[in-house]
Design a protein around this ligand. Structure first.
Ligand SMILES: Nc1ncnc2c1ncn2[C@@H]1O[C@H](COP(=O)(O)OP(=O)(O)OP(=O)(O)O)[C@@H](O)[C@H]1O
Ligand SMILES: [Mg+2]
Length: 379
C-alpha cells in the first residue's frame, strides 16, 4: 500500500464523514446512518492496510464513534423523524459534562518521579499560592506538556496537581473534541477554553484544562463545510489567548502525550514546560512492587531487590498488572483448595505472572524519548 492510496482513502473517509454530518443536520437520518457506516468501513480498511499507521489510534476512536452514532440513529429513527431536527440540537456539546472535581489522586499515590512532581509544583502550585511574586513582564508558565512512554503516571500527575490546588478540572481527550455530531471539533476547542475562563471569572478558582493524548489534536480537521482549519490552529490561538489576554488568570493547560515527536514547533512552543515522565528505574520499580503489595499478605521469600532487577523495561502500570495477576493466582488457589484465605503472595506467583507479560517499553523507545527530551525538554 503506498502513501498515495492511503491519502486517497483518508480523503474518502473524510468525505463520507462530512456527508454523514451534513445529512444528519438536514434531518436525513437514513443517509446519515449509511454514510457513518461507510466512513467507518473506509477507516477500517486504512488500518488493515497499514498496520502501523501513525493515526491508528485516532482512527480507531473515529470508527467507534461513527459506529456508535449510526447505531444511535438507527435505534431512534422513528423518534427523530417525528421530532423537529432533534439531531441538530445535540450538536451543542455540553462542555459542562467535561468539568469535574479533580480525580481522587494525590501525589502520594504516585510512586517515584520525584523530580517531575517538583517541577510541576514549581510551575503550578506556587503561582497559585503567591501570584503577587511573579512580575507581570514574565508571568508564570501556563502550559505544561508531560511526555513519556505509556503507563508511567502522566494522566495521574495531571489529576494529582489539580487536587493539590483544588482546581476545577476540565478533562478532554481527542475523542470528546472530535465527537463530530456534538458540533464542530474546532468549536469544541474554543468552548473548552471559554468554559475555563467562565469558571475562573465566576468562581475565582484555578482551572486546569487537561488534554490527554494532545498529539491527536494535530491531525483533526474542522468539519464545517468548506472549513479546512485544523483543530490544531484553533488550539494554538486559544493557548495564545491564555498567555496574553488574561495573564493574571489562573488557568493552566496540561497536555499529555506518548508521541511528542508528532507535535510541530508552533505547538511545542505553547507549552513552556515540557517534562519527561520516564519509566521507573530500578529503585522506583522496587518501590512500585512494595506499594502495590502493601495491603497483601506476602511470603518471606519475596525479594523486592531481585524483582526490581529483573523488570527493566516494565512500566509502572505493567508492575501493577503483574502484582494483580500474581495475587489473582493466590485467590484462585484459595478457591480451588477450598481454604479460608488466599496463601501469601510468593516469589513463585510473582515470577509466573512476570513470565506471562512482556515489558511494554523497549530500549529503542526510551532512546527516542531521551533524544526528544534533549532537544525539546524544558523544566
Ligand atoms: N508512578 C506511578 N506510581 C504508581 N502507579 C502508577 C504510576 N504510573 C502509573 N501507574 C499506574 O498505571 C496506571 C496508568 O498510568 P497513567 O494513566 O498515569 O499512565 P500514562 O503515563 O498517562 O500512560 P499513557 O501514555 O498510556 O496515557 C495508573 O492508573 C496507575 O495505576
Ligand atoms: Mg495517560
Amino acid at each position: 500500500m503506498n502513501g498515495y492510496s492511503t491519502n486517497a482513502l483518508e480523503r474518502l473517509a473524510k468525505e463520507y464523514a462530512d456527508l454523514a454530518i451534513m445529512s444528519e443536520r438536514k434531518g436525513k437520518y437514513e443517509d446519515a446512518i449509511k454514510y457513518y457506516k461507510k466512513a467507518a468501513e473506509v477507516l477500517k480498511k486504512i488500518i488493515t492496510l497499514n498496520r502501523d499507521i501513525m493515526m491508528k489510534e485516532t482512527y480507531i476512536e473515529y470508527i467507534k464513534e461513527y459506529e456508535k452514532r449510526a447505531e444511535f440513529l438507527e435505534k431512534n429513527l422513528q423518534k427523530l423523524a417525528s421530532g423537529p431536527q432533534e439531531g441538530s440540537q445535540a450538536q451543542d456539546v455540553d462542555i459542562d459534562l467535561l468539568v469535574s472535581p479533580p480525580p481522587n489522586i494525590t501525589f502520594n499515590d504516585i510512586v517515584g518521579i520525584e523530580d517531575v512532581k517538583k517541577v510541576l509544583k514549581r510551575s503550578i502550585v506556587y503561582p497559585i499560592k503567591r501570584p503577587d511574586l511573579y512580575p507581570k513582564e514574565i508571568g508564570w508558565s501556563k502550559g505544561v506538556l508531560l511526555f513519556g512512554p505509556p503507563g508511567n503516571g502522566k494522566t495521574m500527575l495531571a489529576g494529582a496537581i489539580a487536587r493539590e490546588i483544588n482546581a476545577a478540572f476540565i478533562s478532554v481527550d481527542a475523542a470528546s473534541i472530535m465527537s463530530k455530531w456534538l458540533g464542530d471539533a474546532e468549536k469544541n476547542v474554543s468552548k473548552v477554553f471559554s468554559k475555563a475562563r467562565e469558571i475562573w471569572l465566576n468562581k475565582g478558582v484555578p482551572v486546569i484544562i487537561f488534554i490527554d493524548e494532545v498529539d491527536s489534536l494535530m491531525g483533526i480537521y474542522s468539519t464545517e463545510v468548506g472549513g479546512e482549519v485544523r483543530v490544531r490552529n484553533q488550539f494554538l490561538k486559544e493557548m495564545d489567548g491564555i498567555h496574553t489576554k488574561g495573564s493574571s488568570e489562573l488557568i493552566f493547560v496540561i497536555g499529555a502525550t506518548n508521541k511528542p515527536w508528532v507535535l510541530d514547533m508552533a505547538f511545542i512552543r505553547r507549552f513552556q514546560k515540557r517534562i519527561y515522565v520516564p519509566p521507573p528505574d530500578k529503585e522506583t520499580r522496587k518501590m512500585l512492587f512494595k506499594y502495590y503489595t502493601k495491603s497483601i499478605k506476602i511470603a518471606d521469600d519475596v525479594d523486592f531487590d531481585h524483582l526490581a532487577e529483573i523488570t527493566e523495561g516494565y512500566s509502572a502500570s505493567d508492575i501493577k498488572d503483574i502484582v494483580r495477576d500474581a495475587y489473582e493466582m493466590c485467590i484462585e488457589e484459595m478457591f480451588e483448595k477450598s481454604i479460608e484465605e488466599p496463601p501469601p503472595l510468593s516469589m513463585k506467583h510473582l515470577k509466573t505472572a512476570l513470565s506471562k507479560r512482556s515489558p511494554s517499553i523497549s530500549q529503542d523507545m526510551i532512546k527516542v524519548f531521551i533524544e526528544w527530551n534533549k532537544k525539546f525538554g524544558a523544566i
